[in-house]
Write a protein that binds this ligand. Sequence first.
Ligand SMILES: NC(=O)c1ccc[n+]([C@@H]2O[C@H](COP(=O)([O-])OP(=O)(O)OC[C@H]3O[C@@H](n4cnc5c(N)ncnc54)[C@H](O)[C@@H]3O)[C@@H](O)[C@H]2O)c1
Ligand SMILES: O=C(O)[C@H](O)COP(=O)(O)O
Length: 528
Amino acid sequence: MMFKILVSDPLSEEGIQPLRQADNLEIILATELSHEALLEIVKDVDAILVRSQTQVTREVIEAAMQLKMIGRAGVGVDNIDLEAATEHGIIVVNAPDGNTNSAAEHTIAMMTALARKIPQAFNSLKIGHWDRKSFIGVELKNKTLGVIGLGRIGAEVTARAKGQRMNVIAYDPFLTEEKAKKMGIGFGTIDDVLKAADFITVHTPLLKETRHLLNKEAFEKMKDGVQIINCARGGIIDEDALYNAIVSGKVAGAALDVFETEPFVGHPLLDLPEVIATPHLGASTKEAQESVAVDVSMDVVNFFNGEAVRNPVNLPSVSKEVLAKIAPFLNLAEKLGTFLSRLTDETIVGVTIHYAGELADYDVRALTRNTVKGILKRNLGDHVNDVNAKFLAERFEIKVEEHKTTTTKGFLNLMTVEVRTAVASHRVSGTLLNGLGPRIVKVDDYVVDVVPEGHLLFIKHKDQPGAIGRVGTLLAAKNINIATMQVGRSEVGGNAIMMLTIDNHVAQNETNDLTDLVDIYEVRVIDL
Ligand SMILES: NC(=O)c1ccc[n+]([C@@H]2O[C@H](COP(=O)([O-])OP(=O)(O)OC[C@H]3O[C@@H](n4cnc5c(N)ncnc54)[C@H](O)[C@@H]3O)[C@@H](O)[C@H]2O)c1
Ligand SMILES: O=C(O)[C@H](O)COP(=O)(O)O
């Protein structure tokens, strides 16, 4: 099968070689598209690859009827409507590591250029002035750099600033005093950073909580003559407040690579001599562009070959090591979910998954997701997938819980899934037997041993002589061949179950006459 991949922002040609080499991918390069042209071209594409320019809005996502994946060759995904993508089961991947170094180098370059007024001096020289008085700068050495957001780029900037013999003080919700000590930097609240720093650089994502993080009140808390650097995202700094703080003399200068609205042209900030700026160039190096394009292309290739992606944004990412451990259980989890969904016609309101034995040591989120996917498939078919399973469960107000226990009832590993409806609950347990593969080992209170595969008939009956024979005879009359059969009972002469595997699919209504047989209460067709 061929998949159409739209590349709608300029990506490195070397970087997209993995796409070109894949024989199931057709690449469409179409950059600088108008909004209307984008809406038209996305109609039949399977994936869109972007940088920060293309706005992948809900409207774009909903126009893209075949869309399965959005790839961001870079870090920030604020140009992608993640909620809409998740809702539509579209996986979003990014390339979070490939441009870290370039962005950090750009930040240091901007800080240095700001401190020494290099762009202003160069502009003056270009127009014929040999002016050695107007561009007196400050040294970085012994100055305090305040780093807000100590993630990948913030940490790299910190290491380089220390190389410039600056003192660094950082604020990040995940930064502990111990970690700060280890890094040889100061640690404090955001206010501590604002008050202590001679230079302040922001390296957070743009989130609700970080929008206008540096606003009028924040500027008021800063040292007089502070200098500001933003190579992260426009919007983290309130641009009007920054303008006023520069004009009032509170802020001595600002180096900006990113802006609230891009392209950023004709803005009064650009008229201020204290401001230097670049047009969002933090990641614009040959190395970074090649690296992010390779990373995102590899994930596209993985995805369309049915393999795990490395950098999912709207799925919990699972390390290679964890994936290797849980991969054999993924299929079992989905089958247990599918099996249970067929045991009831009532609305499912809750799902509890008990992980026992070796499973209790693993990160089982992917297994939970697969179980929920199996359950929801009953009503949603292929509309549910790994990406939207959790979202859809929440939307349908199905409470999903995970429990871990070391008690395994004799199995090395055991997954027990329980679904609750308003009137009843059902349970199924499955295990992975060493060398033998997956097995369903218990259904409600009945112990069984069934391979969760193919076409099953789940029959509730009374434990009476002749019940099994009558079922066999009727199925034979319908030319339905039984491949395997398991029976279980609660007590002699009490309630019992049969689990038959049959060679071909039968429709539920083809089994109606089975329930007319004596002692047969209920028959459910389950295709796994
Ligand atoms: N200019 C460019 O071309 C360019 C290039 C790459 C990345 N970026 C941007 O740089 C930023 C950082 O990227 P990264 O790869 O380091 O991301 P990251 O996820 O590794 O780090 C972000 C850090 O911000 C912290 N954070 C979140 N909310 C915070 C808050 N309210 N206060 C303080 N810290 C907070 C997080 O805990 C995290 O440690 C992103 O906005 C990214 O889009 C820009
Ligand atoms: O978030 C990022 O990765 C940077 O802002 C880079 O954006 P770009 O790919 O548009 O240069």
